[in-house]
Design a protein around this ligand. Sequence first.
Ligand code: AP5
Length: 210
Amino acid sequence: MLNLVFLGPPGAGKGTQAVRVSAQLGLPHISTGDMLRSAIREGTEIGLKAKQFMDAGNLVPDEVVIGIVRERLAKPDCAAGYILDGFPRTIPQAEALDMVTEITAAVNIAVADEALVTRLSGRRSCTKCGHTTHVSMYAGENCPVCGEVLVQRDDDKPDTIRNRLAVYNKNTQPLIDYYQAQGKLTAVDGSQPVDEVFGAIIGALTGQAS
Ligand code: AP5
């Protein structure tokens, strides 16, 4: 069983890699960002609570996010493992996670801040199927997977990106030490091309040279 956490700053490629690793290893991909954006689109109570925090690039309160992750991990498809993308993001979230499950490995995808700003400001996402691309990789206006229009995420504007990076440094970076202390941290150089980052992650998880 592989219970995985993908760590890394905004734009490190957690979502991009989680989609690929999920397909390769047959594990469900659980993205708290995607779950919250879908709650906002559906106008649920959680979505209404989350919107103001997300639009400003701040973290949604721990109790809200911990609740939705607990519920999701209790579903049958998580019994044989899962990939958590964007959770935990604070020490209290990591402690709450440790109370309901045992994490096998935390994959930390590291990328320098300057590259993150370029990645986030050029990111385009599909509102229908969630596919993510970048203006430097794909010039079309419609999703190459489902044909829906691609949009820029509301929190991918310059000021919000800066705040998200500051929030990451303050609240989420301490998780690197948290998982290191548990002997569960796997560090990957996220500045490489997408295929190479993927190879490095699979290599680290399966114990093969990449
Ligand atoms: P969330 O959706 O989780 O955003 P994030 O962590 O800021 O991460 P991103 O989705 O921005 O980046 P990513 O690392 O997945 O990179 P991607 O693969 O897209 O969270 C959004 C908000 O929700 C938070 O700010 C918060 O408000 C709330 N939230 C979510 N979880 C929460 C929690 N646990 N607690 C509290 N609040 C929470 O790649 C980025 C771009 O780079 C793409 O264009 C991609 O094509 C490109 N790219 C990817 N890999 C490479 C590569 N190797 N080389 C070149 N380009 C690449």
